[in-house]
Design a protein around this ligand. Structure first.
Ligand code: GUN
Length: 285
């Protein structure tokens, strides 16, 4: 039984990125991320804090633009267009969720795909469907899961991979990335009839739903790699994932803790995307 240590692996990624940022600085290139935050959603504030810390660790410059909940879609798009045109910025991140009065797809569409470090635009999502060769700006959480699997040398090719959750930012792109690596992929979601019949087959089980206790030990195959992408706040304020960690720990081959599993990997992959975007904008291989 092995814990997939996202803090350790993300730390190694961040250290390498810090070296890369120093090398870019030597040729007067300063990777810079623009972060747009609307309102004061506590989860968003906490995620943003982690991202800002990672920027500080890697030497990536950070500028945050805060807006009130009542901002319009048009005003946000205006800001994004200004950031698209501003050569000092290499990445633009709009923290989700946006308030109900803002039409999120239109806001995401406004981001220049070259600066779309979250990998949320149709261009970058479409590109990553082609093959591993075109995953330059893939969404950060799926990328983080793949990095963890690679680090611990968990075989993906030919494996049965089951992804629970079919969001545009995690479940769907993660399914595509596993398929790019020749897993046999099943994507389950809220309308799946018999969830356990699928999860029990999984060599790699990835869960991104946001429902504590959704996956119990009886739903997991012996020796499986269980990747818990859920982040839920318990009544006492502590965090937990979507899986019953203590019981699954006894049965699985590998498991990610929450916190300390996929979360820090997401942040590290965001930093990686900022560096990738900076290099591609500047035609650096
Ligand atoms: N909200 C929850 N996860 C994410 C993420 O990865 N990126 C952004 N921009 N917003 C989020």
């Amino acid at each position: 039984m092995k814990i997939l240590d996202g803090i350790k692996v993300s730390g190694e990624i961040l250290r390498k990125l810090a070296d890369e940022v120093s090398r870019l600085n030597l040729v007067h290139i300063h990777p810079k991320l623009a972060v747009i935050l609307v309102g004061k959603n506590p989860a968003s504030l906490s995620y943003i804090k982690q991202k800002q810390k990672a920027c500080a660790r890697t030497g990536i410059e950070w500028e945050q633009f805060d807006y009130e909940e009542d901002i319009t879609t048009e005003k946000l798009i205006e800001k994004i267009e200004a950031l698209n045109a501003d050569e000092t910025f290499h990445g633009i991140l709009v923290q989700l969720p946006l308030p109900k009065n803002v039409y999120t797809p239109k806001v995401i569409k406004a981001i220049d795909p070259k600066k779309d470090v979250d990998g949320f635009t149709a261009y970058n999502l479409g590109k990553m469907f082609l093959s591993t060769e075109f995953e330059h700006l893939a969404p950060c959480t799926p990328k983080g899961v793949i990095r963890l699997l690679e680090y611990y040398q968990i075989p993906v090719k030919g494996s049965e991979a089951v992804v629970v959750g079919h969001s545009n930012i995690v479940g769907k792109p993660l399914s595509a990335m596993l398929l790019n690596r020749d897993a046999t992929v099943t994507t389950c979601h809220i309308h799946t009839k018999d969830l356990a019949s699928h999860t029990k087959r999984a060599d790699i089980l990835c869960v991104a739903v946001g429902k504590p206790g959704l996956i119990t030990a009886d739903m997991v195959k012996d020796g499986a790699a269980v990747i818990d992408i859920g982040i839920n706040k318990k009544k006492d304020g502590s965090l937990c994932g979507d899986t019953d960690f203590d019981e699954i720990f006894k049965k699985a081959g590998y498991i990610t803790p929450v916190p300390g599993g996929v979360g820090p990997m997401t942040v590290a992959c965001l930093m990686e995307n900022v560096v990738t975007a900076t290099k591609r904008i500047n035609n650096i291989p």
